[in-house]
Design a protein. Structure first.
Length: 469
């Protein structure tokens, strides 16, 4: 491993931080829309049954298993640009992401049921290919922009800042656009998803995604160079990177925590929409729940650098996740009522539940970069793309698991599909409890994985810093 000549590349600085934050901003203009509204779009507007939707997600994620590994291998072994290993892949992926993000929210409500099913499955698989072509090379950049652990924490923090803007737009601004008040057959005023509005929303957000991703390719510089993997291709390269991945204890621990965090927290946000839609009976106030999700994250963004420098990333994470797990138990018995007072209690509960996830989401990219660094020092191979692709695969698998769990959970509590369906009495309370339980379970699993499996502590981080100096 070596660094690029100092006179050839400017020192690490604000352009790298801004550019890297724009990358996750671009990814999340698409991802947040899909993770928050795709399930609601196909269940409530298009009319796919919950059990069938779970099958679609599992099939598409199985496809994603091949997709991620293949694209990760291509990024490592096929340089499609003259100067950069990663930037041309990001631009290619950004163009296709615009097309398939729009396709995913096409209003196919009047298709035959089999046609709806096929459209959802095919368009989601195509979207997954496009998203992977952006996200794998973008994520791989983290480990080659700098090899300094604290600078990686800074990049991870700025990545989280970039991701927050699309999340705020999706959670705060969109509910007022995509929901309307209507009266159902029982004479009750309910919130109904206006599915036809999601097509123009998807188009606008996709165009924004393209331009901010283009900005990433212009601002970020690659400084760390490792020996290439061009001579190891195809199946041999996949086996080599898989061996590096699964013999890396820190990577295994981080992956388990990621599956819990992404699968049972990030990928279940549609349930939060349903809590406001069916328990508080006011979907327009869904954005208020952003306080519960992002207040801890904003605090963590300010403190994360100092905390991890003093205590190490592992110790900070384990403590925060334990707080989240304890908050989950408390939330199960909290007096959450379907009124404004209960809404305040609910938001406070979410704040406690999201403490661990906030710390994890901000620092996870630095953790993954450290894990890749461990493999690079151990094997001497340039496998950033393949290793990140495997990690990305597990993130996407977690997304599929989360959405499937939500669908099966909705079946268990007798959710009625359709844009004007009447839910049975007590449904709102059931969906609220389902959401809280999933958040609590995620915190417990993440705590155990980072405490007992992940093994890059403060001492190892200090050794990385000495070698990077």
């Amino acid at each position: 491993m070596s660094k690029a000549p100092q006179n050839a590349v400017r020192p690490f600085g604000w352009q790298d931080k801004l550019g890297y934050s724009m990358g996750d901003m671009g990814c999340n203009f698409s991802f947040q829309l899909v993770s928050t509204f795709m399930q609601l779009f196909y269940l409530q507007y298009i009319g796919i049954e919950s059990g069938h939707y779970a099958t679609i997600i599992l099939i598409s994620k199985a496809f994603d298993a091949v997709n991620d590994i293949v694209i990760g291998n291509l990024v490592d072994t096929k340089k499609i640009g003259k100067k950069s290993k990663y930037m041309p892949w990001i631009i290619l992926g950004a163009v296709t992401l615009v097309i398939f993000n729009v396709m995913l929210f096409a209003p196919v409500k009047n298709f035959p049921y089999a046609g709806k099913y096929a459209w959802c499955l095919v368009s989601y698989c195509l979207w997954s290919i496009a998203y992977t072509m952006v996200n794998v090379p973008y994520g791989s950049l983290h480990s080659v922009i700098t090899d300094d652990p604290q600078q990686r924490v800074t990049l991870s923090t700025f990545r989280s800042i970039g991701a927050a803007l699309p999340a705020i737009i999706v959670m705060v601004a969109l509910p007022g656009i995509v929901y309307s008040k209507q009266t159902n057959a029982a004479g009750e005023e309910i919130d109904v998803l206006k599915g036809e509005t999601l097509l123009p929303v998807a188009l606008v957000m996709s165009v924004f995604a393209f331009f901010v991703l283009w900005g990433t390719t212009k601002l970020v510089k690659e400084r760390v160079h490792r020996e290439g993997t061009e001579n190891v291709t195809g199946f041999k390269a996949i086996i080599s990177s898989a061996k590096s991945y699964f013999t890396n204890r820190a990577m295994v621990g981080a992956t388990i925590a990621t599956v819990a965090s992404v699968g049972l927290i990030n990928s279940t946000m549609s349930l939060n929409n349903m809590v406001f839609q069916y328990f508080f009976n006011d979907a327009s106030k869904t954005g208020i729940a952003m306080i519960g999700s992002y207040a801890p994250m904003i605090i963590v963004m300010v403190l994360i650098g100092k905390l991890t420098k003093k205590f190490g990333k592992k110790n900070v994470l384990v403590t925060a996740m334990l707080i989240g797990a304890i908050s989950g138990v408390v939330s199960l018995f909290a007096p959450i009522t379907p009124d404004s007072k209960g809404m305040i209690v609910y938001i406070i509960c979410l704040m406690g539940l999201n403490v661990g996830n906030a710390v994890f989401q901000i620092s996870v990219w630095a953790i993954v970069a450290d894990c890749i660094e461990v493999s690079a020092r151990k094997t001497g191979k340039s496998e950033e793309g393949s290793l990140y692709a495997l990690y990305s695969f597990f993130r996407k698998l977690a997304q599929g698991i989360g959405q499937a769990v939500v669908s099966w959970g909705l079946v268990a509590i007798n959710f009625k599909e359709g844009d004007n369906a009447i839910q049975e009495a007590g449904f709102g309370d059931k969906v609220k409890m389902l959401y809280i339980i999933l958040l609590m379970v995620a915190s417990v699993i993440s705590f155990l994985a980072m405490k007992f499996i992940y093994n890059i502590g403060k001492k190892e981080e200090e050794e990385f810093a000495k070698k990077a100096a």
